[in-house]
Design a protein around this ligand. Structure first.
Ligand SMILES: Cc1cc2nc3c(=O)[nH]c(=O)nc-3n(C[C@H](O)[C@H](O)[C@H](O)COP(=O)(O)OP(=O)(O)OC[C@H]3O[C@@H](n4cnc5c(N)ncnc54)[C@H](O)[C@@H]3O)c2cc1C
Length: 436
């Protein structure tokens, strides 16, 4: 059977390799080098557009554990990454040229692969996986927008940072909405006049990310970065996202400023900083936002970003197995387009979309890895209705907390539970991790 994969990036290459190993004929359509994206520089497969780091290798962190899970499922690109690794402390960093070349060479081993170097402008003939990435080109975008219905395709990612609830210092925070409305949906982080002054100075002097040309002016109307608003005047934030009106501390005092955190998921394990969309570098976000007293030891699960990023309103249009709900025939979305964020997360969704497509073509029921695994939790996140959808990367806030009394034991507990549950899932569903 013939399967079309659109996009020879991280997700598309991973998906194609899985399907090739499974014996399908794959047509891989990649528009570069004929038509370039604003970020890619080569015509090579699996080009890393920015950093060369695939992040932590520590299996007791969410990003490290995701890698362990993907290896268990026979992930091709992580195997190639290991062969091109360059020293990077506790991270898996690669020689990006070698990584791309080796991915191309791996694909070229398969006689059941056809590569088409052209821009896909139509939804492919089914079955297919679309993995055209955050910079998906115009014609295909229009068709995707039509297919998924109005308002279900987003073009910019303007996200505020997200922290883990358990890392907030509750001795400096309190729950409640303005004027006593709302329960635990908002966590309020008050500041005294002095604390606000220190915070404001740091925020207005902090280093921001240099925007690439394609991120263009006028893009962020109505969605101003918090540091830009702060620069308008010392008190501007006090009339904006940090306004204290209607809020009293448990002691009945009126704070000078209040940063409000809003629940990001139903379980209340993650909170986002309301109104804190930002262009600060990640290091500066950590430094400056940790000056908010309740967040001094905050664990940042995701930093704020503002950049061109095309992604679907996945909770509305995708299943947790990355399948388009309204398509009668097998049509899957992989990579950043599906709302997973990050290199390894893109590889993950490419792999899981391919696993799911293979199962559908074999007449098997949809199977999503357990919620106790990082890959299963992230897959469920993208399909779950939880307010305004934002892309998400691997983090433990998505998983049910494990039984571990001490904080230091938590990483190992997540790890052991995940790999044991994933092994059972692979065996139970006869997912073929190692094709000959
Ligand atoms: C500017 C930028 C920087 C980023 N930096 C990082 C980072 O440092 N670390 C990190 O973890 N994540 C980063 N990301 C997020 C994300 O992890 C990467 O974008 C990742 O490459 C996404 O994988 P993907 O497979 O979804 O898309 P891609 O790797 O971009 O692959 C999509 C492919 O589809 C092709 N394509 C697009 N449209 C068409 C079409 N119509 N027809 C045919 N082919 C098409 C593209 O040429 C591309 O090769 C960044 C994103 C952006 C936009």
């Amino acid at each position: 059977m013939r399967i079309t994969v659109v996009g020879g990036g991280l997700a598309g290459c991973e998906a194609a390799l899985y399907l090739l190993k499974a014996g399908y004929s794959v047509e891989l359509t990649e528009m570069r080098p004929q038509k370039m994206t604003p970020a890619h520089k080569t015509g090579g497969f699996a080009e890393l557009v920015c950093s060369n780091s695939l992040k932590s290798t520590d299996p007791y962190t969410a990003k490290g554990l995701l890698k362990a899970e993907l290896r268990l499922m026979g992930c091709s690109l992580l195997k190639i990454a290991a062969e091109c690794a360059v020293p990077a402390g506790g991270a898996l960093a690669v020689d990006r040229v070698q990584f791309s070349e080796k991915t191309g060479a791996e694909l070229a081993k398969y006689t059941n692969l056809t590569v088409t170097r052209a821009e896909a402008e139509e939804i492919p003939v089914l079955p297919a996986i679309i993995a055209a990435g955050p910079l998906t080109s115009g014609g295909l975008l229009d068709k995707l927008a039509l297919l998924t219905g109005s308002g279900n395709l987003f073009f910019f990612d303007a996200a505020a940072p997200i922290i883990s609830a358990q890392s907030a210092d509750m001795s400096r925070a309190f729950f409640g909405g303005r004027y006593g409305k709302g329960g635990e949906d908002y966590l309020n982080c008050p500041m005294t006049r002095e604390e606000y002054g220190v915070f404001w100075e740091a925020l207005t002097g902090a280093e921001t990310v240099k925007l690439h040309g394609f991120e263009g002016a006028g893009v962020f109307e109505g969605c101003m970065p918090v540091e830009v608003m702060a620069k308008r005047g010392r008190d501007t934030l006090l009339f904006g996202p940090l306004r204290p009106v209607g809020l009293r501390t448990p002691d009945g005092e009126r704070p000078h400023a209040v940063v409000q955190l809003r629940k990001e998921n139903a379980a209340g394990e993650m909170y986002n900083l309301v109104g804190f969309q930002t262009n600060l570098t990640f290091a500066e976000q950590k430094r400056v936002f940790s000056l908010i007293p309740a967040l001094k030891d905050a664990e940042f699960l995701r930093y704020g970003v503002m950049h061109r990023n095309t992604y679907l309103n996945s909770p509305k249009v995708l299943t947790a197995a990355f399948r388009l709900k309204n398509s009668a025939n097998p049509l899957y979305i992989g990579g950043q387009l599906s709302g997973t964020e990050g290199y390894v997360e893109s590889i993950m969704s490419g792999l899981l979309a391919a696993v799911a497509l293979d199962r559908e073509l074999k007449g098997l029921p949809e199977a999503v890895p357990p919620e106790t695994t990082v890959c299963g939790a992230l897959s469920r996140y993208i399909a779950a209705e939880n307010g305004a959808f934002q892309p998400m990367n691997a983090n433990f806030g998505l998983l049910p907390p494990p039984d571990a009394k001490r904080k230091q034991e938590r990483g190992k507990a997540y790890h052991d539970r995940s790999l044991s549950d994933l092994t059972a899932f692979i065996e139970e569903n006869r997912i073929e991790p190692f094709f000959p």
